[in-house]
Design a protein around this ligand. Structure first.
Ligand code: SF4
Length: 501
């Protein structure tokens, strides 16, 4: 879809315009020049005099006009804030005309960011009451009541689970990335390398990982920084052998102090084909609180189509095995909109989930990430239309409510089907604290291992900076010492400057 945009000379406004166009058209191509045909043109008029005034008139292929305008008080003496307001105004008017033109209602309004609930937390910290925050989000971002209500429920739940959420900046959480899986799923862009035939690489990787855990643990002890949560992700951390897992958790206990005071330790056991009784014994031995066993779908053909070489029965059997062996906090992930799936298949997945009743259920909406096999060969994978995806999302909401789950975290992604969201639901008391930490960006997360991204949160300003370990095991194995040093230097800088105790 080619859209001609007129009257927008400031290049800083091109990106917000592109982002809004992407919400409506799969391949939106923008031309910031005069349109020879005078069709599908959005003509903007941006004036800043006494007031900020933005208007747009869109001319369609059949000559029909759609228009919208927005007026706000001019911001004096703060260019950055003025630019923010212009961007917001341009996005709003563009969204309004494209909604009218396409008939598609964007429930998230002009919001294109990953973490909508952060907006409510920010307003909460600023002392703005929920009802006023609600109104502001509706007016400023054109978000629907339905989505604002969802955000509010989630924020309330998060604050019930972690009442000191806003006071945890002096602590950290730890993410440990293990980049191996039995096979690679078609939609995946995580660092996940098929483990078979890579034993040498796994061995060297674990050597580096132990080193990083030791060094980070030593730094935390020396600087008296507490750990809130630990999360083993990847990849599939249960792809390695039971003995390797045992040694790794032993290292964690040796290196990190006060492990009993850590609020939660999660291990993703996402692929059922990696779970064995020996590995569950090891998880129990080291008192791992929470695991994830991820069906994604209960339709066998779907699993095959997306490259997950395990059966539906295996998911069910491994869940029951973990349960019978005493694992009492199990998460399961489902994905809405997998290739070939519609409402019936998703309803079936929910029915099967009901037989197992995991403590938490994370409902993802499929997203076409640029580097995934699925995106590269998009024509091979037929996915549901927008309306059906939305129906599936509604079904998930109804089903979780009926079955005693509450939404407790939410995030959005680029190119997500139907411009919807991913929502984590949990029975009360079994929410993942790590998931809340990572989504709401309230404290530093130290990433250890392959592809692990560290996120440093400045304890006073809240400013965020990133540092990423290499994604592939070879680069990691060659450079882990250097990466560890760099990370510890950043931590030293951050915590020395800002120590508040
Ligand atoms: S199991 Fe998870 S990490 Fe592994 S390939 Fe599939 S989606 Fe990626």
């Amino acid at each position: 879809m080619k859209l001609y945009i007129q009257g927008v000379n400031d290049e800083r406004l091109h990106r917000p315009i592109q982002l809004i166009a992407n919400l409506f058209f799969e391949e939106a191509e923008l031309c910031f020049q005069a349109n020879p045909n005078q069709t599908l043109t959005l003509a903007f008029q941006i004036e800043i005099q006494e007031l900020l005034n933005v208007e747009v008139v869109m001319t369609s292929e059949i000559g029909r006009n759609y228009s919208s305008s927005y007026t706000a008080k001019r911001v004096q003496g703060d260019d950055k804030e003025q630019l923010r307001q212009i961007k917001q105004a341009v996005s709003r008017v563009m969204l309004t005309v494209l909604q009218e033109y396409t008939g598609i209602v964007q429930k998230w309004g002009i919001l294109t960011g990953v973490r909508p609930t952060k907006l409510i937390h920010r307003k909460n910290i600023d002392g703005i009451k929920m009802e006023i925050a609600h109104q502001q989000l509706k007016e400023e971002h054109l978000i629907t009541d339905e989505k604002i209500n969802l955000m509010e429920r989630i924020v309330k739940r998060q604050l019930a689970v972690v009442p000191d959420l806003y006071e945890l900046r002096d602590e950290v959480s730890i993410y440990i990335g293990i980049p191996f899986c039995p096979t690679k799923c078609a939609y995946c862009t995580f660092p996940a390398y098929a483990i078979n035939g890579r034993q040498g690489s796994v061995h060297s990787f674990l050597g580096g990982l132990h080193y990083e855990i030791q060094k980070v643990g030593q730094w935390l002890k020396e600087n008296n920084v507490k750990i809130t949560t630990i999360y083993f992700g990847g990849g599939t951390p249960t792809s390695i052998s039971a003995q390797e897992m045992d040694l790794l958790y032993e290292e964690m206990h040796r290196s990190f102090s006060d492990i009993d005071k850590i609020r939660e330790i999660t291990v993703e056991a996402g692929r059922p084909d990696t779970i064995t009784p020996e590995k569950i014994d090891i998880l129990k031995k080291w008192k791992i609180d929470r695991i994830s066993i991820n069906p994604q779908s209960y339709t066998q053909e779907t699993l095959k189509a997306i490259g997950r070489h395990h059966t539906v029965d295996e998911t069910i059997n491994k869940f029951k095995l973990a349960r019978d062996m005493g694992m009492s906090n199990i998460n399961m992930d489902l994905i809405i909109g997998l290739p070939g799936e519609g409402l019936d298949e998703f309803a079936n997945s929910l029915e099967e989930t009901k037989k197992l009743m995991p403590e938490s259920l994370t409902v993802h909406t499929l997203s076409f990430k640029r580097a995934s096999e699925m995106t590269k060969n998009k024509q091979k994978y037929k996915v549901a239309e927008r309306d059906e995806v939305e129906e599936m999302m509604n079904l998930a909401q109804q089903w979780t409510t009926t079955n005693g789950y509450e939404p407790y975290y939410l995030y959005r992604q680029k190119n997500i089907l139907g411009n919807l969201e991913n929502v984590g639901y949990s029975v009360p008391g079994k929410e993942s604290i790590y998931n809340i930490m990572i989504m709401e960006e309230m404290q530093t997360i130290i990433g250890i291992g392959c592809g692990a991204a560290s996120k440093f949160i400045h304890p006073i300003s809240g400013k965020i900076s990133h540092f990423a370990n290499p994604k592939d095991p070879k680069s990691y194995n060659e450079g882990y010492k250097e990466y560890t040093d760099k990370k510890l230097n950043i931590l030293t800088e951050l915590f020395r400057k800002n120590r508040t105790f």
